[in-house]
Design a protein around this ligand. Sequence first.
Ligand SMILES: [Zn+2]
Length: 109
Amino acid sequence: MAKKRSIGGFKSNRKNKSLDVQQSLISIIVDIHNTPILRQSATQKLLALNRKHRLEMPKYIGVMICKKCQILYNSKNSSTRIKHGQIIKTCHVCQDVRRLGGGPKHHRG
Ligand SMILES: [Zn+2]
């Protein structure tokens, strides 16, 4: 007799569990008392988890991470400038530039 296996079916359960893991990884990342190595490895785990389970990255975490080289921004490896109403973040590791925000007011519809 074949073993009963449930394929699918528990999709919501799996999603809830991955959301739990996501929350605990985020709490490691935002806790500045953790070591930089721990926070960096939690960042990489979080990105892998989000990709695997197709989870949405919370916005306040997304702006802390370089999308290109997956490094956690701090005051030493990145610079933040405000120009024309946009936040401009430059990663000093991969020289990637990210612009956040709507830009100048006269550009908005
Ligand atoms: Zn980078």
